[in-house]
Design a protein around this ligand. Structure first.
Ligand code: KDO
Length: 330
């Protein structure tokens, strides 16, 4: 299993840091700045929910200071930044966490989570507690709540009809940069190309890639529909994000402030989830109105190819024993 040396050494450094963290001491008189960095655009429902719901709810003691469009830290480097004490919050993916803790790969795998409610059940389950604790103890990052990004679909600038993974042969599919994402792209039958989110529109426009995958709200908000011709409703990943906060910052809050931050994060996540679900319901019609073909492929063919790819891979060997069964049972 690949976990880069720099990330391993970082885990050691974070563990040392957490030993000197100011456990529970109250700084109630100070207003703290909560700087968040994310590649999400400001019009993304997760960004809107954090800005409109989280920020005012914590404003009596904290100034929420978000930086969208990866304007502060590059996509995929936010967790390191938090761990090193250079950033306070992020919207992290399971794929990013799997770079540090390969067992998180199960939450990043295709066709595992069923829907938004299933994601919440997994996040709040007893068995997920040890995953949260690992991230806190070893990286100095607390997973506050779970956000719904949506069902990822294939979105291509080519117009060949895609029915099965075999039809994806030779398609250059942009996927985010980490190993879990690249694996998923391959499992879908494509040639995955690693690329940061902020570069996707131009890459689609110029033909540097043949397609990308994201939920329909992202295709709409980032205007990928302007530079693509079709959407194949593979539903290959019910995608999630964790709202994270530095454990060190968390430890400096009073118990009341911690409760307020937790409640605010949960409320923002719930609002974002409902809006994202509503949008997903509306956007097939929107995409068609923009001239895109939108259709379902042979879902069994995609599901079985993707599941088989994981089960015979080294990636799934690093999943905790029984994790998949526990997720499926929820
Ligand atoms: C993406 O890069 O395709 C992705 O959808 C991956 C997600 O994990 C998430 O980080 C998201 O981008 C960004 O927040 C931008 O919407």
């Amino acid at each position: 299993m690949f976990v880069s040396k720099i990330r391993r050494s970082l885990i050691g450094a974070a563990a040392a840091l957490s030993l000197v963290a100011v456990g529970g001491s109250a700084l109630a008189a100070d207003t703290i700045k909560l700087r968040l960095s994310s590649p999400a655009s400001a019009n993304d429902e997760r960004a809107i929910a954090l800005t409109e719901i989280f920020a005012p709810a914590v404003s009596s003691f904290a100034e929420f200071d978000p930086h969208w469009n990866a304007s502060l830290f590059k996509q995929g480097t936010e967790l390191e930044a938090i761990s090193r004490g250079n950033l306070d919050m992020s919207i992290a993916s399971a794929q990013e966490l799997a770079e540090f803790f390969p067992e998180f790969g199960v939450f990043a795998a295709g066709y595992v989570h069923r829907d938004a409610a299933h994601q919440v059940a997994v996040f709040n389950s007893d068995f997920f507690k040890s995953y949260k604790k690992t991230v806190e103890d070893k990286l100095g990052v607390k997973l506050l709540t779970i956000m719904y990004l949506g069902r990822r679909q294939l979105n291509l600038r080519t117009d060949n009809v895609i029915k099965t993974p075999a039809d994806m042969a030779g398609i250059k599919l942009r996927m985010p940069g980490s190993e879990s994402w690249q694996f998923l792209g391959k499992a879908l039958g494509a040639n995955p190309v690693p690329m940061a989110f902020g570069e996707v529109y131009t890459a689609l426009q110029t033909g540097a890639v043949d397609g990308q995958d994201n939920p329909l709200p992202t295709v709409q908000k980032s205007k990928f529909y302007e530079v693509t011709k079709q959407i194949v409703l593979t539903n290959h990943l019910v995608d999630l994000n964790y709202v994270t906060i530095s454990q060190k910052v968390w430890n400096k809050l009073t118990a009341d402030q911690q409760a307020t931050v937790q409640k605010a994060a949960d409320a923002a996540a719930e609002s974002g989830r409902q809006k994202q679900l509503k949008l997903e319901g509306e956007l097939e019609a929107f995409m068609k109105s923009k001239g895109l073909k939108v259709y379902s492929p042979d879902l069994n063919a995609f599901r079985s190819a993707v599941q088989a790819a994981y089960l015979k891979s080294d990636l799934s060997k690093s999943w905790e024993k029984g994790a998949l069964e526990k997720i499926n049972a929820l």
